[in-house]
Design a protein around this ligand. Structure first.
Ligand code: ADP
Ligand code: ZN
Ligand code: ZN
Length: 743
């Protein structure tokens, strides 16, 4: 028998099957998905690969599989990897990597995470027996008695811990074991992320009528064991999570497993706690802050079927879930569900594929659904479930818009408008908390010479540098380049260097000046550096009576601050002026979400949005949290301009350190594509990308607008073949379907 093997490599030309003979006595052990080590080419070491099919004979003289390795995949996983490689234009092995336990990929299998084991101590006899042995002086060593007394009540303690606590040595442990008093058991150590949690269990709430309707619709699909895609659309606080929890309970009762995806950033302890409170620790959490070892353990827990609920960020969709019963994607509009690295997959597409394959429902939840999702819901492709009211009867906040042009006209050059200033003052007086949101970090986003117009730019990227006052440095937010701050213009030597475009650092400085007695805390990438400090900052704000939280996007999602009554949006325009067809959508989403942070319990909330574009519809509809009107305006714009959902957008990006190469290659590829005369497909001229140089690589691109289907995939693959044959050195190509970032 012959196995067709994919070599684990990201080298493009190895993205094909190689034949290997299956040794006679391994016939039963080698199947589709088996992880094998094989001799390959002239390589000295064996190469890792996966069997992707099995056949009777080969047309070549073939080598033999050298070893069978641990960590096999299922046939279904292999098929998904093959499908993904085709759809996302990448190597099959890149897709397989997503499905392997964390830390176990790569050719060097020796560096694999070892399952850590430890020795744990238990009593071997019951305590009465031991006590009488002590009384009868059968046990008389004080050390042994001390050891046993401590062990009684601490069974399952690690051998090193009990020896330390009883101040004894291994000799004592050994003799107690020999005499049958204790038992030392070798066990796997599970690095349990919930170890120090002591959560009170809660009970399920009585669902409101709206919640009940949503619950019943999904329950029906669960009971009937069929695929159906739902959009659970409801404002923040409308009780979506409660519906998720009760549906998950249904699934667990059927001895099945549920997976819920959440955006990385909203995978907060608060949110995990809600699940722990309801279900205890049959939960597995997967996110990037876990160590590789911790992630590996979670993966094993899932594989062995000990986790009934998996909560995780994007890549958790590839967890080896047994007996899957329900998939939920919370905050389904979030851009983090799309991978911006190869394989450039969208978790929603993978989730849909898995839900169909397993005949189970898929739930997408959001207060501000993606335009594309809502469009499908309107067309009946997705079942729409709506929650219109806040579940705990708290009111939506009142929102006011401040026109910054008018502020300028009356001479207010500060970042805080008169109206916002007054509100901050009032809230401080009443000892209520405030959040100020500004989606720009650093102090000033550009530095310019007033005399000659020079602006400080990154030496590696075509991007202005941001001034960071904390370190007195200019930084590039794209490549990380840093340089000393300038006070003299390097071109004309003028001292008239000015700073424009305030970021969170400047906002904090201004607030501290305007309200010297108020306490502030800042949250952005620059303050969130250490492990967990995201959490630490939020807890501080919550528990330590800090008046004002200043932050970027990070503060927006999922957090619950009962005492926040005022939210100020410093510059609503920052997400509008981006060259992206989703600029309106992003602006509406972010404003609605920030506003949702105000007044979540019995205190009424107030929001002030400062903007230079008060008439832009994404801002004016966000004022009333009017998603439906926003959707209507946006969808007609999309239709007019032919943007998704009316087509797919495929970006073919080429980059190179040599500007001439990137231009020539992109022009050739555009020609190849146009010559194919693809029907109903718009192909743009080859042009420089909006940011045309990042990290010393020049960037050009072609944008295609069409219906992404197998015909297009074939045409793009033809073009790729042509590109690989050109063999232009140092040039890279990226093909991104509906990219989350158009820059
Ligand atoms: P969402 O996920 O839509 O933001 P949540 O499920 O977090 O909403 O609910 C918001 C608040 O309302 C929570 O404090 C929750 O405990 C409460 N809540 C949800 N459903 C109910 C209900 N049926 N009865 C009473 N309180 C509820
Ligand atoms: Zn100058
Ligand atoms: Zn740079």
């Amino acid at each position: 028998m012959i196995a067709e093997v994919i070599i684990n490599s990201n080298v493009k030309k190895l993205n094909r099957k190689f034949d290997y003979n299956i040794p006679e006595d391994w016939k039963d052990r080698v199947h589709v998905g088996t992880r094998v080590l094989v001799p390959f080419g002239n390589a000295k070491n064996l190469q890792e690969g996966f069997v992707i099919s099995i056949k009777d004979s080969s047309n070549y003289t073939v080598k033999e599989i050298a070893k069978i390795d641990q960590g096999e995949l299922t046939e279904k996983q292999v098929n998904l990897a093959i499908l993904m490689a085709n759809r996302y234009f990448c190597n099959i092995s890149d897709c397989i990597k997503l499905m392997l336990p964390p830390g176990t990929t790569g050719r060097n299998t020796g560096s694999r995470i070892k399952e850590k084991t430890g020795q744990f101590v238990y009593l071997q006899k019951n305590w009465e027996e031991i006590e009488s042995d002590i009384e009868e002086k059968i046990i008389k060593s004080p050390k042994q008695i001390r050891f046993l007394n401590i062990l009684n009540g601490n069974e399952g303690i690690h051998i090193l811990d009990i020896e330390a606590m009883s101040d004894t040595s291994r000799v004592i442990t050994k003799s107690l074991e020999k005499n049958g008093y204790i038992q030392v058991i070798e066990k796997k150590i599970e690095r349990n992320p919930f170890k120090f949690k002591n959560i009170k269990r809660d009970k399920k709430l009585t669902l409101t009528e709206e919640q009940m309707n949503a619950f019943n619709a999904v329950k029906k699909a669960i009971d009937e064991k069929r695929f159906e895609e739902f959009l659970l659309y409801g404002v923040t606080g409308s009780g979506k999570t409660e519906v998720y929890l009760q549906l998950i309970e249904q699934v667990i009762n059927k001895e099945k497993t549920a997976i819920m995806l959440v955006p990385e950033i909203s995978l907060t302890p608060q949110m995990v706690d809600r699940f722990l409170a309801r279900f205890g620790d049959c939960i597995s959490v997967l996110h990037s802050k876990l160590s590789i070892g911790e992630r590996y353990d979670q993966w094993q827990k899932i594989k062995e079927g000990r986790a009934k609920i998996i909560i995780g960020a994007r890549s958790a969709i590839f967890a080896p879930i047994k007996n899957i019963g329900l998939i939920l994607i919370d905050e389904e509009h979030d851009s983090s569900y799309k991978s911006d690295m190869s394989p450039r997959y969208h978790a929603k597409d993978i989730a849909r594929f898995l839900a169909k394959e397993n005949n189970i429902p898929l739930i997408l939840g959001s207060a501000t659904p993606e335009i594309t999702t809502f469009y499908k819901a309107k067309n009946g492709e997705i079942t729409l479930l709506t929650l219109t009211k806040r579940a705990n009867n708290s009111h939506l906040p009142s929102v006011n818009i401040v026109d910054l042009r008018e502020e300028l006209a009356v001479g207010n050059r500060s970042m805080i408008s008169t109206a916002l200033h007054k509100k901050i003052e009032e809230n401080l007086k009443e000892k209520k908390q405030i959040i100020l949101f500004l989606n720009r970090r650093g102090y000033s986003t550009f530095v310019m010479c007033r005399e000659c117009g020079f602006t400080a730019k990154c030496k590696n990227c075509n991007i202005t540098l941001t001034y960071h006052k904390d370190e007195n440095k200019l930084k590039c937010h794209y490549c990380g380049f840093e340089t000393k701050n300038i006070t003299t213009c390097p071109i004309c030597k003028s001292k008239n260097v000015r700073y424009f475009g305030g970021g969170t650092q400047k906002l904090e400085t201004e607030i501290n000046k305007l309200f010297p007695s108020a306490t502030t805390i800042r949250m952005d990438i620059d303050t969130v550096t250490k492990k967990n400090s995201h959490e630490i900052i939020l807890n501080k704000f919550k528990e330590e009576d800090i008046d004002i939280l200043i932050g970027t996007q990070m503060i927006v999602k999922g957090h619950h601050f009962p005492r926040v009554t005022l939210v100020g949006v410093i510059a609503a325009d920052s997400s509008l002026n981006i060259e992206d067809y989703r600029a309106n959508e992003r602006t509406f989403q972010i404003l609605t979400q920030v506003a949702g942070r105000a007044g979540r319990e019995n205190l009424p909330g107030e929001v002030i949005i400062q903007t230079y574009n008060p008439n832009n519809f994404s801002i004016s509809y966000a004022k009333n949290q009017d998603y439906n009107s926003f959707y209507k305006a946006e969808i007609s714009l999309r239709e007019k301009l032919n943007y998704p959902p009316f087509c797919d957008i495929i970006v073919i990006g080429v980059s190179s350190k040599i500007e001439k190469n990137v231009k020539e290659v992109t022009q050739k590829l555009a020609l190849i594509l146009k010559r194919q005369n693809i029907k109903n497909c718009y192909i743009s001229e080859p042009i420089p990308s909006p940011i045309n140089k990042i990290n010393n690589r020049y960037r050009w691109r072609i944008v295609m607008k069409c219906n992404f289907n197998s015909n297009i995939i074939d045409k793009i693959n033809d073009m790729l073949q042509y590109y690989y044959n050109m063999k232009v050195k140092n040039t890279r190509i990226v093909i991104d379907v509906n990219p989350s970032n158009m820059l």
